[in-house]
Design a protein. Structure first.
Length: 234
C-alpha cells in the first residue's frame, strides 16, 4: 500500500514538472518575463496590464515593446548607457541586461528620434533575434512593432535595416524637424539591406524609433532596425 501511494506521488510530481516545463516555453528564465510576441502582436489591454505591473516594480520603466516574432519586453531608462547593460528590468544584476533607451534621448515617444538598445544574447534573449529582419521576406511581412508608453499604444513600420560601425558611425539623436528630419530618414532608408514592400509609403514627417544590438559581421558592428510611426491608439 505504501509503495503504491509513493508511486502515485511520484507520478503526480512528474506530471507537475512536465506541466511547468511546457508552461515555461518561451519564458526568459533569468527575468521571469514570458516571450508573448505573437504573430499578429498583442492587443492593447494585454500590453497595458504588463506595463502597469512592471511600472509598479520599477519607476524607471519607460514603455513596453512588442516586436512580433522577436521579443516582448519592458523598455527602461536610467539616464546613462551602462546601468541596463548589466541590470535587468527589476534593477537586479543580470548579464543579459535590459532593453533601454539611449541616454541622449528623452524617455518620451513624442521625440522625433528615439534609440533603444538591447544585448544580442547567445541564448536568444533580448535583441538576439533582430537579425531576422535581415531576411527580405521577414522585413517586408512581419507585423508592425508596438510600443505602449503608459498612455498610448503606438505602431511602427520598419523602413530600414543596416549595419554600422560603433565608434565611427551613430544614429543622430538631435531632434531634426521638417525637411531635415525627412532627409535624414530617407538617407537611412537608402542604406537598407532589404527593400520595403512596394505598397509602403513612408511618412517622413512622423517620429521614428531605432532598435540597436551587437552584430558579428565585422568588428564593432551594430545592427540597426529603423521604424516609423504610422498609428496611435489612445
Amino acid at each position: 500500500m505504501i509503495k503504491k501511494f509513493a508511486m502515485i506521488i511520484l507520478c503526480l510530481s512528474l506530471a507537475v514538472t512536465v506541466f511547468i516545463m511546457i508552461a515555461g516555453v518561451g519564458q526568459d528564465t533569468a527575468t521571469g518575463i514570458r516571450d508573448e510576441s505573437g504573430t499578429d502582436g498583442q492587443d492593447a489591454s494585454k500590453i497595458e496590464q504588463d506595463y502597469a505591473q512592471q511600472k509598479r516594480q520599477s519607476g524607471k520603466t519607460a514603455a513596453w515593446l512588442n516586436v512580433p516574432n522577436i521579443c516582448y519586453y519592458p523598455v527602461m531608462y536610467s539616464g546613462d548607457n551602462s546601468f541596463y547593460l548589466e541590470h535587468n528590468h527589476l534593477d537586479e544584476p543580470d548579464v543579459a541586461g535590459a532593453v533601454f533607451i539611449n541616454k541622449g534621448c528623452k524617455p518620451d515617444f513624442n521625440s522625433k528620434i528615439l534609440l533603444i538598445h538591447g544585448h544580442n544574447m547567445a541564448d536568444g534573449r533580448m535583441f538576439a533575434n533582430l537579425d531576422r529582419y535581415m531576411g527580405e521576406d521577414f522585413f517586408r511581412e512581419n507585423p508592425a512593432i508596438q510600443v505602449f508608453d503608459g498612455g498610448k499604444l503606438r505602431f511602427y513600420q520598419p523602413f530600414t535595416v543596416f549595419l554600422l560601425e560603433d565608434g565611427k558611425e551613430y544614429i543622430e539623436l538631435d531632434q531634426k524637424s521638417g525637411e531635415d528630419h525627412a532627409a535624414y530618414l530617407e538617407s537611412l532608408k537608402q542604406r537598407s539591406l532589404c527593400r520595403t514592400d512596394d505598397n509602403f509609403i513612408m511618412d517622413t514627417d512622423k517620429n521614428a524609433i531605432f532598435l540597436s544590438t551587437c552584430n558579428y559581421a565585422f568588428e564593432d558592428a551594430r545592427l540597426i532596425i529603423g521604424a516609423v510611426e504610422f498609428e496611435i491608439e489612445k
